[in-house]
Write a protein of this length. Structure first.
Length: 166
């Protein structure tokens, strides 16, 4: 986005229309930047970069999955991640969501309730969004350990009922 560049691979029959729309939207495309990025792609540098990024992100996601399994003891259930740099984790019913968000912040863990992205009426998911793209695998593991402490501090303790008298 900072370069104001993007590309589309489109069917031939819509090509001319898209070029017209592009020219109408921005009459001064960054020609030099386009040439540099075109060379980067043509020379295979972009593809190599993507392979490296995918490998790093896979390692971070695997660290997140392993740490959640190891430290959260069923209080979080990660949903499948097929793409992207964030994971959604469903939160156990015995965890108070507002308290969890506050406790995580105290621990230095940044998370967002999934409900923050919901604009509709009705029940909202008991889930959190965890970013892993900008954090190294070892820091992901440390962050999940802190998150596990926040979860424990946020559990709703149910009172035991006294035995019924006869």
């Amino acid at each position: 986005p900072a370069l104001r560049l993007g590309f589309l691979i489109v069917p031939e029959d819509v090509h001319a229309g898209l070029v017209s729309i592009r020219r109408a939207a921005d009459v001064h495309p960054p020609v030099f930047d386009q040439l540099v990025v075109a060379d980067l792609i043509a020379d295979g540098h972009y593809e190599r970069h993507l392979r490296r990024v995918r490998a790093v992100c896979r390692e971070r996601l695997e660290a997140l999955q392993d740490a959640v399994t190891r430290h959260c003891h069923g209080a979080l259930r990660l949903r499948p991640v097929h793409a992207g740099l964030h994971a959604v984790a469903d939160v156990a019913n015995d965890v108070d969501m507002p308290r969890l968000c506050d406790a995580a912040a105290v621990q230095g863990v940044e998370l967002m309730p999934l409900s923050a992205y919901y604009a509709g009426e009705g029940p909202q998911a008991r889930a959190i969004v965890l970013g892993f793209g900008a954090v190294g695998a070892s820091d992901v593991r440390k962050g999940v350990e802190k998150l596990a402490r926040a979860i424990e501090a946020s559990r709703v303790r149910r009172r035991r009922r006294p035995p019924a008298s006869r």
